[in-house]
Ligand binder design. Structure first.
Ligand code: COA
Length: 329
């Protein structure tokens, strides 16, 4: 059977790695890291059963799209390269055939944090554009799969899709999804400016080493639910999640918003009324398009407060009744 991989002259060497098409003999080497909990957590399928894994691995449709990555002769990761059609209208459909690729990856956590995945995926995208002459490369992941989308951002891929609770995770339930892509001309211009894949400015290590965080903690009858509301509202990422406490933060900066479960929580009344539970604080978020921001918040479960004191501000109530303001300056 011919495959897109046949057009490439193998093996491909990068500074530290060797990339080649997977063979039936790679089944055990790849299973060794794919069965590790931190990898299994995010990959589409996998189980503790080697026979099941092997049956899938040996299937021609999978093997013909799989590459392995070697470090000094040891298989430390695998890559998926799936050449596919783009969408197009009927009259121009012939120009949509085999013009883009979906890529994927899984790496041995024993070798993480040293840029090997970045180096290998960088080379894979380079092959797509420079050898296979494709016009677009894309990949998807759960929004909670931070290591994967950070890898894509390091490589200059653009987040162009954020789907809301559309992807079912085997233990975490319905999660948001991210879609990333890069076009050939973007990739080439990135190369021509001499920019290489580099660790992002706010690496996990940098973030862990900070000791100047500050945040606001909101009480809620369900911390995780309220955190997800604000994560969707603000497009911030959930940094920790549990039944008692959940937190979210923007990519940059030192501020975070946390939610803690309080079983005796009483919704505040706004505007305040004597003898009723009052708000203790409210949150302010600047927006550029107030009507659209209000519509978005309402679609996520917020309410527009009955009393609106200023034209450029909309006082909103989150699903637990905490007031927050969307405003334009
Ligand atoms: C996604 C995955 C491959 C990323 O692994 P990783 O170790 O974060 O990626 P790399 O090997 O490229 O290492 C990058 C890290 O090394 C650091 N690094 C060190 N030297 C580096 C170099 N020369 N170049 C780039 N990064 C370097 C980076 O700063 C980064 O650290 P940070 O995340 O703390 O900022 C890995 O987590 C994985 O296999 N996950 C499970 C499978 C999976 O999710 N597959 C995708 C399903 S959609």
């Amino acid at each position: 059977m011919t495959s897109a991989l046949d057009a490439i002259s193998w093996p491909v060497r990068t500074d530290r790695l060797l990339i080649r098409p997977a063979t039936h003999d790679d089944v055990e080497a790849t299973w060794r890291f794919r069965r590790r909990p931190v990898v299994y957590e995010w990959i589409t399928s996998g189980s503790g059963d080697f026979e099941e894994y092997a049956a899938r691995f040996h299937h021609e449709s999978r093997l013909s799209r799989t590459l392995v990555v070697e470090l000094d002769g040891l298989v430390i990761g695998d890559l998926m390269l799936s050449v596919e059609d783009a969408w197009g209208q009927a009259e121009v459909e012939d120009r949509t055939k085999n013009v883009q690729a979906e890529v994927g990856w899984a790496f041995d956590p024993s070798h993480s944090g040293r840029g090997y995945a970045t180096e290998a995926v960088d080379a894979l995208i380079g092959l797509c554009f420079e050898v296979l002459d494709l016009r677009r490369v894309h990949a998807n992941c759960f929004s909670d799969n931070v290591a994967s989308w950070r890898l894509m951002e390091r490589l200059g891929m653009r987040r162009e899709l954020h789907t809301v609770r559309d992807s079912l995770h085997r233990t975490r339930g319905w999660l948001d999804g991210y879609g990333y892509a890069v076009l050939a001309d973007e990739w080439r211009s990135r190369r021509s400016t001499g920019r290489q894949a580099t660790p992002g400015p706010a690496s996990r290590d940098d973030r862990d080493q900070r000791h100047d965080w500050w945040g606001v903690v909101l009480d809620s009858p369900d911390a995780s639910k309220l955190a997800r509301f604000y994560a969707s509202l603000l497009d911030w990422r959930i940094t920790s999640e549990g039944p008692d406490d959940s937190a979210l933060a923007p990519e940059d900066g030192v501020a975070y918003l946390a939610c803690q479960t309080s079983p005796d929580y009483v919704r505040p009344v706004w505007p305040s009324e004597p003898g009723e539970q009052q708000m203790m604080l409210h949150l302010d978020f600047e927006v550029t398009d107030l009507p659209r921001a209000v519509e978005h918040a309402v679609s996520l479960g917020a309410e527009v407060a009955a009393h609106q004191p200023q034209d450029n501000v909309r006082v909103m109530l989150d699903p637990d009744g905490h007031p927050f303001c969307l405003y334009t300056s």
